[in-house]
Design a protein around this ligand. Structure first.
Ligand SMILES: [Zn+2]
Length: 130
C-alpha cells in the first residue's frame, strides 16, 4: 500500500468508527541502519507508512547465509521482487534533507508537510536576516 494512501486514510478517517488523526508523523530514518534513507522502500503488501533503505535491505539479505525475506517493520515476507520504492517518502527525503521526521497534516482539504529537524536543540537557533 502506498504511503500517500495510508497517510490520507489516517487523516481523513478510514470509516466512521475510527476518528481521523489531526496529524501523522513519518520517519525518514531507516529502521535497519538508523540512518537517513536514500531510497525509501517497503514491501508491496506492507500496510504501514514506515519505509526502510532498499539497499540496506538487500545487503542484509545478501550477507545472511539463509536469507529470510522479511520486512524490517512488520515482518511480512518481502521478496526482492516485491520490494517497492515509495514515491511519497522519496519526495519527503528530497524536500527535507535535514530532517529525521515529517509531519503530515490535512487542512481545508490540502495536504501539507512539515519537516522536523534532526536535532531538536537547534530549534532556538535564530540566525537573523542576511
Ligand atoms: Zn512491512
Amino acid at each position: 500500500m502506498d504511503t500517500i494512501e495510508l497517510v490520507l486514510n489516517s487523516l481523513l478517517g478510514p470509516n466512521k468508527d475510527i476518528e481521523p488523526l489531526d496529524k501523522i508523523s513519518l520517519s525518514l530514518t531507516c529502521p535497519i541502519t538508523y540512518t537517513k534513507m536514500k531510497v525509501a522502500c517497503k514491501g508491496s503488501r506492507c500496510r504501514h507508512a514506515t519505509c526502510f533503505e532498499g539497499a540496506s535491505f538487500l545487503q542484509m539479505h545478501q550477507q545472511s547465509g539463509e536469507p529470510r525475506w522479511k520486512c524490517a517493520v512488520c515482518k511480512e515476507i518481502v521478496h526482492w521482487y516485491n520490494l517497492r520504492s515509495d514515491e511519497l517518502m522519496q519526495y519527503l527525503i528530497e524536500q527535507f534533507p535535514d530532517c529525521d521526521k515529517v509531519e503530515a497534516k490535512l487542512q481545508d482539504g490540502v495536504l501539507s508537510f512539515h519537516g522536523i529537524p534532526a536535532d531538536p536543540d537547534v530549534d532556538d537557533d535564530e540566525d537573523g536576516m542576511d
